[in-house]
Ligand binder design. Structure first.
Ligand SMILES: [Zn+2]
Length: 130
């Protein structure tokens, strides 16, 4: 029985470590997507504004680029939603909000203004991976 408990504890720790590593990989992928996208966005706008004369064509290209920039943003946001939890600032309850709640929430970095399902208060919830 004692061996069984010890083995169960080891398995739970192993599962927690794997989950933690998975969450870190998701966050790394999210930041990589965002950094590459922002660099590409600035590069495209710099090239377009220097090579194409001002006018409707330049405007259309910039608008299309900005619209296309939204695609990696939503993918990165999906990864951020799936990685770890958000911690309520009021009651420290950890929860996973829906993708829609994350998209609609104001944010600074990965801290989002979300409604806690435990205390029902809207606070600036920090992203926590464990
Ligand atoms: Zn709360």
């Amino acid at each position: 029985m004692e061996n069984y408990d010890k083995r169960t504890e080891e398995l739970l720790l192993e599962m927690a470590n794997k989950e933690n590593q998975h969450n870190k990989r998701l966050m790394t992928a999210m930041w990589t997507i965002m950094i590459v996208s922002v660099v590409a966005l600035y590069a495209i706008i710099a090239v377009v504004t220097t090579l194409i004369p001002e006018g409707p064509i330049q405007l259309v290209i910039i608008i299309v680029t900005l619209i296309l920039f939204m695609i990696p943003c939503f993918i990165a946001l999906k990864l951020e939603t799936e990685a770890g939890f958000y911690e309520c600032k009021n009651c420290h309850h950890k929860f996973v909000p829906t993708y829609k709640e994350v998209v609609m929430a104001m944010h600074t970095g990965t801290t989002r203004h979300l409604k806690c399902p435990e205390c029902s208060k809207r606070t600036w919830c920090k992203k926590v991976l464990k």
